[in-house]
Design a protein around this ligand. Structure first.
Ligand code: AMP
Ligand code: MG
Length: 351
């Protein structure tokens, strides 16, 4: 995973209440902006030779995100995703960014044997996650929804930059879009000469280079069980993405049970595999994002097997089980210093 200024420097380190991303950077000119886009709070921090340049880069990154939201919003009638979902089965012309995202998303759907399935959207909506008006679809409704989830029905014609899907089916790119957006922004910043930036797209973290001064970024991994946002661990990374899918990010409770926004495409119900969260670390933000969602659906055992079967993915994984214990892939092993304030935890190393 190490290449140039990319790498997983120290693995997990003590998190405690460290101000993440801070430290030894105060004399480097920087700009930071917090915006609401893609249905989440995004914080963009860029370091540069002077403040004006840094601000300019932050502004350009923000504009790029608004543009991507315009393309990929599932609710905005002007978006390309909307056109696909309401195209009545006809071909819809797509911009290069959407072609790329759709193409890579479909490849991940196949790689994960449909644990990631971008056509899960009708199920997500049926449970009320698109509006916040939560409900519990009955068995027959869920069976009908599950029968219609099938990413193989999405036809992508790369040559002509267009796609279509059968009438009645709908897709959403929410499981991969933020990771891809982070990766795109990182590439644009690097091309503009930026060597140090931290992009946090609602928990999808993309780092550019190292912190000014050469230390790795420390990216916190949330404790899913904590009432207040509290970090279970911190990952020291440079130039990598760190993406978490968890059952604490969007959920409702009924009769003491929690129901969350990550669907098992086989059942059209929230995926319940004994996990509270999965964090994926790697070079490709889109892959990390798509895998985090898929690995949550697959559960630890099948996820670990997928990781073993696909070394080319070049990712490391941290699973947080619902009993609070952890599993992590070997590359994170040196790292076992966790936030001791949260109590001792059993850690399984996956190799
Ligand atoms: P993430 O936060 O990246 O794990 O993505 C979750 C979002 O992706 C949800 O809010 C849904 O819009 C969508 N989604 C839910 N379950 C799946 C699934 N199994 N495959 C693909 N997308 C999903
Ligand atoms: Mg995801």
């Amino acid at each position: 995973m190490s290449r140039g200024r990319r790498g997983l420097a120290l693995g997990l380190t003590l998190a405690l209440a460290l101000p993440l991303g801070g430290c030894a950077v105060w004399d480097t000119p920087s700009a930071s902006s917090q915006i609401f886009v893609m249905d989440t709070v995004v914080t963009l921090t860029v370091y540069a030779g002077d403040e004006e340049t840094a601000q300019d880069q932050v502004d350009q990154a923000a504009q790029a995100l608004y543009h991507l939201e315009d393309l990929w919003s599932v609710t905005d009638e002007g978006s390309e995703v909307w056109a696909l979902n309401h195209g009545g089965g006809a071909w819809v012309d797509l911009s290069p960014e959407t072609v790329e995202l759709l193409s890579q998303a479909l490849a991940l759907c196949a790689l994960t044997d449909g644990a990631l399935d971008i056509t899960s959207y009708p199920a997500v909506r049926a449970w009320g996650f698109t509006t916040g008006e939560y409900r519990m679809p009955g068995e027959a409704e869920r069976a009908a929804l599950a029968a219609d989830i099938d990413y193989t029905q999405v036809e992508l014609d790369r040559e002509n930059s267009r796609a279509r899907l059968p009438e009645g089916m709908e897709l959403d790119l929410g499981a991969v879009a933020k990771g891809y957006a982070g990766a795109l922004l990182a590439r644009q910043l690097e091309e503009a000469g930026v060597t140090s930036a931290l992009l946090n797209l609602g928990g999808n973290v993309q780092t550019v280079g190292e912190k000014p001064g050469g230390a790795p970024w420390e990216v916190g991994v949330r404790d899913p069980a904590a009432q207040e946002a509290e970090n279970l661990a911190a990952l020291s990374v440079a130039g990598l993405a760190v993406v978490t899918s968890g059952n604490y990010q969007r959920y409702f409770e009924r009769d003491g049970q929690r129901y969350w926004h990550i669907m098992d495409p086989d059942t059209a119900a929230p995926a319940r595999t004994g996990l509270d969260s999965v964090t994926v670390v790697g070079e490709d933000g889109l892959v990390c994002d798509g895998l985090a969602t898929a690995l949550f659906v697959l559960g630890e055992e099948r996820g670990a097997q997928l990781w073993r079967d696909h070394p080319e993915l070049d990712v490391q994984i941290l699973w947080v089980r619902e009993d609070g214990s952890l599993a992590m892939t070997q590359g994170l092993e040196d790292s076992s210093r966790l936030n001791e304030q949260l109590g001792a935890r059993e850690v399984t190393v996956i190799s």
